[in-house]
Design a binder for this molecule. Structure first.
Ligand code: M6R
Length: 610
């Protein structure tokens, strides 16, 4: 969840690290810090708040030194203040590190170190690791051995970059459960938790594997496991472009990403959708075709927004392919001793590909013999690499903490996967063609909805001061209601709940009064009349109704206070279209409330801790 950058080369490290940290701030933004080695001594600057606060409050940008490390934090242990900010040094100010992850046995290690007379300045588990490595360095007199020995002792997860003032020409990076990428430039190296901090320096990267470390000097690098077994690093090319990780004239990444959806959705089916055949070609699944054909059931596991996409996937797969599907929160799945066997296919959905709970869930599924498929956005991420096969979302880098374009890309991929499964299980080519043709028309329909942004903004202005919101939908659109509510609460801090519309009468109806805005997803489908009855029930209790409705519906304006029309399409594709106005509604409300849309409080983009 935190952002890590390390640099070693011939240029001043601090400006490079600060620029990298700004690109990684979406991963965590409680506090930031930078350390370099200058003239054989450590420099240290750290501050609660954002990277810009660090730059304003310290002389960090003037710091000399051509080797350094930096960190932007999402607090796990200890409040976000200056002292708890990373980097953390050992008691001799010789060893210094930045850390992403959680050292689970830090209390035990801290007790042992305290008994030996070591003292600690912060409340963090990361400082314990720094002091531990410092103690081992004193014992062995060997920097690399000290790091390796410490990492073999610690339990939990880490992505770390470590420096030693007595070794000003060496950076050591290591990972377990937290991503780390080594960028290989010309006589310079950038280590980062995310390619966004590397791409302006080099496109050549090495993805570190679990329990692997890189020993990096100005002249080269080697990789080995923390058990000291040499490994063969594979240099790969990263595909992201610099402009993809910039705002491109939009006030926020979230708005930019909402407006990218016609393109990103199209990218999700380009080269895959075979409209004339009414089928789909998913090259990433070719190695598991037989196992998919023989699957008795599909389990989809994910967290947050990706879990909402999974719920829609359940409806799609069961309706189209008639195969039983279960959807599991990854965090629950891994701890409830689920029954899984080799006839199961487990699908993990994740934007980041690094979500700790989802990663653990797929490891459990693999250990039980299931075939594990990833539907992941970030190329080369841990989930992408640990699954048996997969389908990339191709949504491009998503920086806004609130997931938008990745969600619609997940629906794009899930629809195609369902169509592919359905065709192998007897769906006619004619029905397949009808679905493929409708899917192909979606990008242009998204464009038409985006053109209504100002209309949605005006509705947002009227409800920006609300304390609560209810989102209701049925069938395919119940998960859309959940997603609409999550979008609103995470960026505007308004309490919002999503429910199946028909469940309202079993409890939530008690909340309805003139102060309760209720968002209905009410397309013209087979349960439209039932949803309209629910709207009437809300109106009868003075609730305010905002309806997302079909363009062909001219009745709904007579019962709803506000109507946002979306193009008519197949019911199974409505969630894609209906989610766009809900993203815009949440965005505009958050802006009216002066909230930090791209970096909402307490959140981080990729949740790499349990
Ligand atoms: O990267 P993932 O898709 O695995 O992330 C899962 C959730 O953490 C994520 O969807 C989260 O709920 C977002 N903030 C929602 O906007």
């Amino acid at each position: 969840m935190c952002g890590i950058v390390g640099y070693i080369g011939n240029k001043r490290a601090a400006p490079i690290i600060l620029a990298g940290l700004k690109r990684l701030e979406y991963r965590g933004y409680d506090s930031a810090g930078v350390s370099t080695i200058d003239g054989g001594a450590l420099t240290m600057a750290k501050k609660a708040g954002k990277v810009a606060d660090l730059e304003r409050a310290t002389t960090v940008s003037k710091t000399e030194g051509t080797i350094g490390i930096g960190h932007t934090r999402w607090a796990t242990h200890g409040v976000p203040n200056d002292v708890n900010a990373h980097p953390h040094a050992d008691s001799s100010d010789n060893i210094v590190l930045v850390h992403n992850g959680i050292i689970e046995n830090y209390v035990t290690i801290k007790k042992k170190l305290t008994a030996q007379g070591y003292a600690f300045k912060s409340d963090t588990d990361s400082e314990v690791l720094a002091v531990f490595i410092g103690m081992l360095y004193k014992t062995f007199g060997n920097f690399e051995q000290a790091v390796r020995t410490a990492l073999c002792e610690v339990e939990g997860t880490f992505g770390i970059v470590v420096m030693c003032a007595e070794h000003p020409d060496m950076l050591i990076a290591a990972r377990r459960g937290s991503p780390l990428i080594l960028g290989v430039g010309n006589d310079e190296y950038v280590v980062a938790s995310d390619a966004a901090a590397i791409v302006s320096h080099t496109r050549q990267v090495v993805y570190l594997h679990e329990n692997e470390m890189a020993i990096v000097t100005r002249n080269g690098f080697t990789t080995k496991t923390i058990l000291d077994i040499e490994t063969d690093p594979v240099i790969e090319e990263i595909s992201i472009e610099l402009e993809q990780i910039e705002k491109g004239g939009f006030p926020h990444f979230m708005l930019k990403e909402i407006f990218e959806q016609p393109t990103t959705f199209h990218d999700g089916f380009r080269g895959r959708l075979l409209v004339d055949e009414g089928n789909v070609r998913l090259g990433g699944l070719s190695t598991v075709t037989d196992r998919l054909l023989n699957a008795k059931r599909i389990i989809i596991t994910a967290c947050g927004t990706s879990w909402h996409a999974a719920l829609i996937g359940e409806y799609l797969l069961e309706n189209m392919a008639r195969i039983p599907v279960e959807v599991e929160y990854a965090s629950e799945f891994r701890y409830r001793n689920p029954i899984i066997d080799s006839s199961d296919v487990v699908i993990a959905i994740s934007q980041s590909g690094e979500t700790a709970d989802t990663l653990s869930a797929i490891r459990l599924a693999k250990a039980n013999g299931a075939t594990v498929i990833g539907m992941v956005n970030v190329v080369g991420s841990s989930i992408a690499r640990e699954t048996d096969a997969g389908v990339y979302l191709h949504a491009g880098p998503e920086i806004g903490v609130a997931s938008t374009k990745a969600f619609t890309s997940q629906l794009c991929v899930l629809t195609q996967f369902s169509l592919y499964m359905a065709r192998t299980r007897g769906m006619s080519a004619e029905t397949g063609r009808e679905i493929a043709t409708a899917l192909e028309a979606i990008p242009e329909m998204i464009e038409r909805i985006l053109a209504k942004s100002d209309e949605v903004k005006e509705i947002a202005r009227q409800y920006a001061d609300a304390s609560n919101f209810l989102y209701l939908g049925r069938g395919y659109n119940f998960p859309v209601a959940l997603e609409g509510a999550l979008k609103l609460k995470e960026i505007s801090y308004i309490h919002a709940e999503g429910y199946p519309a028909a469940e309202m009468k079993h409890g939530p109806i008690a909340l309805i009064n003139e102060n309760m805005p209720v968002v209905f997803i009410a397309p013209k489908d087979e349960i439209y009349e039932k949803v309209v009855s629910n709207i009437e029930e809300v109106r009868a209790r003075q609730g305010k109704v905002i309806a997302i409705a079909s363009e062909s519906d001219d009745f709904i304006d007579t019962v709803a206070n506000h109507v946002i029309k979306i193009p008519d399409t197949l019911p199974m594709l409505i969630p894609i279209l209906a989610s766009i106005p809900l993203q815009l509604l949440a965005y505009h409300i958050a802006v009216f409330r002066d909230c930090n849309v791209d970096m909402p409080r307490n959140l981080a983009k990729s949740v790499t801790v349990e």
